[in-house]
Design a protein around this ligand. Structure first.
Ligand code: ZN
Length: 239
């Protein structure tokens, strides 16, 4: 009996030690996980917001063409979109780019490419269900005198109007030329989501002065910053 009790107490002690070590490992690993998560979230997800940045056109679709330099709109759209992406990520907002490189979203076949390209953008937005969608474009018009940046929204969406105003205010304050008010637009990209969604037409490639500015890194940075600050103000974030 005594022997059994001794054996039992030995097993108990053994079990206690195993238990203790296991608990230590569990606690240590969970602390490790928590720290890893905290690190991850402080860098990538300081704010629980998702912004889809949509660089217009791409691939065989260049969009507008520069009046003097023949620059492709698709290239400037992507440059501005990438700067905006970095600014938002640095702040701690989740960003999804519909088009991360120079390629369009229509796949290999070019038949009906525009329709498939737009549907793919809509699919991405529907899947992500973001808080904000910003499509970046450069404008063009048959008359060469028109200049400035202009934000479009769908007038059935009050949140889109609010976002448009926040971005347009930055354009009006900080760019040499920009339209004073926001504009109502009947565009596919604005109608395909419940999110606050705007199209930022950042200047006219059909205007010589705008084109000269739009091809420079400094001006692309300035435009991206206007959109960025507009988003920050809309979401009431601290920079
Ligand atoms: Zn465009």
């Amino acid at each position: 009996m005594k022997k059994h009790r001794f054996l039992f107490s030995l097993i108990s002690k053994g079990q206690v030690i195993v238990c203790f070590v296991t608990c230590l490992l569990v606690v240590a690993s969970s602390i490790g996980l928590d720290l890893a998560y905290a690190k991850e979230s402080s860098i990538d997800e300081r704010y629980d917001f998702t912004v889809v940045v949509d660089a217009g056109h791409g691939g065989i679709d260049p969009g507008s063409i520069g009046y003097k330099t023949k620059v492709k709109e698709s290239e400037i759209n992507l440059a501005v979109a990438k700067i905006l992406e970095q600014k938002l990520k640095k702040l701690g907002v989740r960003v999804v780019m519909t088009r991360p490189d120079e390629n369009g979203l229509y796949g290999l076949s070019t038949t009906n490419y525009k329709k498939r390209d737009m549907q793919k953008r809509r699919d991405i937005i529907e899947k992500i269900r973001p808080d904000i969608v910003v499509s970046v474009h450069m404008n063009s018009y048959i008359r060469h005198n028109l200049r400035g940046a202009q934000v479009f929204y769908d007038n059935t969406s009050p949140i889109s109007e609010k976002l448009a105003l926040c971005i347009q205010n930055q354009f009006a304050e900080r760019l040499e030329k920009s339209t004073k008010g926001v504009s109502v637009g009947d565009y596919y990209m604005l109608k395909c989501t419940e999110s606050a969604s705007v199209i930022a037409e950042c200047g006219f490639l059909s205007n010589e002065e705008d084109e000269k500015l739009l091809i420079t890194k400094d001006y692309q940075e300035k435009i991206a910053d206007c959109i960025f600050v507009g988003i920050v103000n809309y979401l009431n974030l601290e920079q």
